[in-house]
Design a protein around this ligand. Structure first.
Ligand code: 13P
Length: 251
């Protein structure tokens, strides 16, 4: 089986501003630059990307965007294209559940965004996850498998893909999935990838996201199919985020 370098990615969501974002990035760099054996990514708001990308350029901390348009440049008021991100980021989150739920993004939209990200030479962090009602109805596995398969429709750049399983009920609630639940579902994601691209399944990193913190990260990382975490709230505090990086680096 391929050895997969763990990933700790921070999704800052709609938090920080140009000044405080730069400060947070500076603290994260200071506290985590020396930690090896883990890929570190921060995903600040768009307005902070230029400054943070300049600050972190050449360091061990990579920069990602939280979203992108699937369209090329043109008459799309308020949108950001992949070409605008080139030189600023290496990764782009696509299909976050908040975008799916609040902005009606479909899996077809997510597939188009992932393709645009890859065309620009960037790496998608593609998110999937079920809502509570779906889990309670016993349909989590089939829902997530279908959502991932349709979000990867037409996908070919298997060497540069990160998948994040983020159950909606665990996001921002303080109630993380148990490590057993997270393992079961990340394994489901890996089997979907195996079906679509048999040779890629053992090398694609599959992350867990949803109320990850320094108290639950070790147990999550012990699971064979969990290759790291996509972190919201705990990524906004440099010392807490650096603890997650340390845990993955030594995992
Ligand atoms: P929390 O870590 O705040 O639960 O958020 C998870 C998430 O949505 C990361 O993308």
């Amino acid at each position: 089986m391929a050895i997969r370098t763990p990933v700790i990615a921070g999704n800052w969501k709609m938090n920080t501003d140009v000044v405080s974002g730069l400060e947070l990035a500076r603290e994260i760099l200071e506290q985590s630059d020396g930690i090896t054996g883990v890929e570190k990514i921060v995903c600040p708001p768009f307005v902070a990307l230029a400054g943070i990308s300049e600050l972190l350029g050449g360091s061990s901390v990579h920069v990602g965007a939280q979203n992108v348009s699937a369209n090329e440049n043109g008459a799309y008021t308020g949108e950001i294209s992949t070409s605008m991100l080139e030189g600023l980021v290496s990764h782009v989150i696509v299909g976050h559940s908040e975008r799916r739920a609040l902005y009606n993004e479909t899996s077809a939209d997510v597939a188009a965004k992932a393709a645009a990200v890859v065309s620009a030479g960037l790496i998608p962090i593609l998110c999937v996850g079920e809502a509570l009602e779906i889990r309670q109805a016993g349909n989590a596995i089939s829902f997530v498998a279908d959502q991932l398969e349709s979000s990867l429709a037409g996908y070919t750049a298997w060497e540069s893909l990160i998948v994040a399983y983020e159950p909606v009920w665990a996001i921002g609630t303080g109630e993380a999935a148990t490590s057993e639940q997270a393992q079961e579902m990340t394994a489901v994601c890996r089997e979907v990838i195996r079906k679509l691209a048999p040779n890629a399944a053992d090398s694609v990193r599959v992350l867990y996201g949803g109320s990850v913190n320094s108290g639950n990260i070790d147990e999550l990382l012990e699971q064979p199919d969990i290759d790291g975490a996509l972190v919201g709230g705990a990524s906004l505090k440099a010392d807490e985020f650096s603890k997650l990086i340390t845990a993955a680096g030594s995992a």
